[in-house]
Structure formats: structure tokens, C-alpha cells
Design a binder for this molecule. Structure first.
Ligand code: SAM
Length: 298
């Protein structure tokens, strides 16, 4: 099946790096070039007409503005990190979401950005330099090997987990990914299914690890995949453990109408973006731990 993605031209999004530039000033500057609107959901996101090319724009080159899609920007925003918090970005390169976290935290507190791949650590460091953030500490290593009980990990209050995934929500050349049967993970290609199952096994391990950090109160799990195997199925498999640790699913952006596939009770709390409507197929789950006070109440 061929899905037409080009029917209606889709707008471009840019995220204003509020560590470097005020949103109003960014609008004024970009308005000299083209028509600019504010996004209704994310205050630091601007909408530009389809086809706007900002690659060489000074605001992009100097890190005042990041060319980042709306779906990607929704991930750090869903975590709602507060200035002063200790936050861990578990799988962080090239670092677009890491530096978005830094901006949301106004560069206050600490972000630990973990990345396994050496080349990608270099890209992460470039992104951090460009952003001007000073509260990010890069750890080159395996997130699964971080010991949650030792400093500084035992203080981490929020974790963003955006692990390796199939990327099926962003790969334009594979439009058959958008077939409903494929979305549900019933592709005929056995090799592809084996690959998805391998990715899902890592994603489950990483999510289990994230929930085990002793001070963590908020965990966002995200993918740029359209596959149920990497999305709802991963979350569903972790739910009993999450509940035993005091976590529940919370709906990020409750006003967003496109929710998780209805494959378990509570899947409406999950968020999906539509690869056709929103340009990218992202998935976001938010786990929140109930605050238990000293008397044991909630
Ligand atoms: N969050 C990033 C962003 O928005 O710019 C994108 C992250 S990308 C989807 C996943 C990253 O996780 C890759 O850079 C990959 O090298 C890294 N990764 C994979 N396994 C890892 C592990 N066990 N520990 C840490 N990083 C890992």
C-alpha cells in the first residue's frame, strides 16, 4: 500500500533554546524571514510555513533555535523536570532532548546524560556546547550498568528513557510501516520481527532499570516507533513491577487526542503521534510515583 504523505504540506517546527534567546525575540527575528506562529501546546515551539529552510540561519548556527519536530519536543516536556532537580537522560545522543531538558530546568540542577556509543558521545557533546547549557554531565557508558543506589544516581528524581528503537515512525522511505497490520506488529517479514523483539527486550530491561532508581518520581519512556511491540507491549509488560514499586501511568498532555492502542486497561494514558498527521510517529509513556509522606499517606 502506498500512503500519501505529501498531500497537504506540513508546517516546520523549531524549538527556541530559551537558555540563549527569549521566545518573543526569536519570533521577531524569524518574522523577518517568514510567517511565524506559536505552537498551542508547547510554549517554546514555533511553527513556520511548510518548506521553510533554516539550516543556514544564524539563529540555528549559534544554537538559539533548534530544528526539532513537535513530537520530539513533547518528550522532554512530558517529563516536566523542575529547575534544581537531578535528572538522568539514559540514552541521550545526539542530545536534542537533553538540551531541551536543560532549557526547561533553566540550567539549574543537574542533568546526567548517559550514552553508550563513543562517536555519538562526540555528537552529544557538540549539541551541549551549542546549547550553552552548563548543568549537563556526560557519562560515556551503558545505562544498564549504572548503579542506582550510589551517588549521584541515588538522588535522581526524573529519568528520560528514549532508547534505541526501530525508528519506524520517522523513516520516510518505509511507508509500508504505516500499514495498520504492521503497526500492530504482524509484519510478514520474520527477520524484521526478530529485530523488533530484540529491541523490545532491551527496551523492557532499560525501563525496568529506570524504575529501580531509589529517588525517581517521574520516568518518561519514548520511542520514534509505530510498532506496538516497542510501545504498548513494553509498557504493559512492566506494569505489574511498576505498580509494586508505587508507580502509575499518568497521561502526558491529556488534551492530546491520539492515545495508545487500546490493548490494555489504562492504555488511553499513553500518547502517540501520527506519522502522517504529525510528520513523525512517536510514542510517550509517563510513569509517576505517588508521593508517600512520613506518615505513610499519599
Ligand atoms: N534522546 C536522543 C535525542 O533526542 O537526541 C536520541 C536517543 S537515540 C533514540 C538512542 C541512543 O541510545 C543512541 O544514541 C544509542 O547509542 C544509545 N544507547 C543504546 N543502548 C544504550 C545503553 N545501553 N546505554 C546508553 N545508551 C545507549
Amino acid at each position: 500500500a502506498i500512503y500519501q504523505t505529501g498531500d497537504a504540506p506540513k508546517p516546520r517546527y523549531v524549538r527556541v533554546n530559551t537558555l540563549k534567546l527569549d521566545i518573543g525575540y526569536a519570533m521577531l527575528e524569524l518574522d523577518k524571514l517568514t510567517k511565524v506562529q506559536k505552537d498551542g501546546l508547547l510554549p517554546d515551539l514555533l511553527i513556520l510555513p511548510a518548506g521553510t529552510d533554516l539550516h543556514d540561519h544564524p539563529l540555528v548556527l549559534n544554537g538559539s533555535v533548534f530544528m526539532q519536530g513537535k513530537a520530539s519536543c513533547m518528550v522532554a516536556a512530558a517529563l516536566r523536570p523542575e529547575p534544581g532537580w537531578a535528572v538522568l537522560d539514559a540514552c541521550s545522543a545526539p542530545g536534542n532532548k537533553t538540551v531541551h531538558l536543560a532549557a526547561l530546568m533553566r540550567d539549574e540542577g543537574e542533568i546526567i546524560a548517559c550514552e553508550l556509543n563513543e562517536q555519538r558521545v562526540n555528537r552529544l557533546e557538540d549539541t551541549i556546547r551549542l546549547s550553552g547549557a552548563s548543568n549537563i554531565h556526560v557519562v560515556h557508558g551503558d545505562f544498564l550498568n549504572l548503579t542506582p543506589s550510589v551517588h549521584p544516581y541515588n538522588k535522581v528524581q526524573a529519568i528520560l528513557l528514549d532508547p534505541s528503537c526501530s525508528g519506524s515512525g520517522t523513516s520516510a522511505e518505509r511507508l509500508d510501516h504505516l500499514l495498520p497490520s504492521y503497526t500492530a506488529g504482524h509484519a510478514a517479514d520474520g527477520t524484521e520481527i526478530a529485530r523488533l523483539n530484540k529491541l523490545a527486550a532491551f527496551q523492557k530491561k532499560a525501563l525496568t532499570h529506570a524504575l529501580s532508581f531509589p529517588s525517581v518520581e517521574r520516568v518518561v519512556y519514548s520511542t520514534c516507533s509505530v510498532h506496538q511491540i516497542e510501545n504498548e507491549d513494553v509498557v504493559q509488560s512492566i506494569l505489574p513491577l511498576a505498580a509494586s514499586l508505587g508507580f502509575r501511568l499518568e497521561a502526558p498532555f491529556p488534551q492530546w487526542s491520539h492515545r495508545g492502542l487500546p490493548v490494555f486497561e489504562g492504555a488511553e494514558k499513553l500518547l502517540r503521534t501520527d506519522p502522517l498527521e504529525d510528520r513523525e510517529g512517536f510514542f510517550i509513556a509517563l510513569f509517576v510515583k505517588e508521593h508517600v509522606d512520613r506518615h505513610g499517606g499519599i
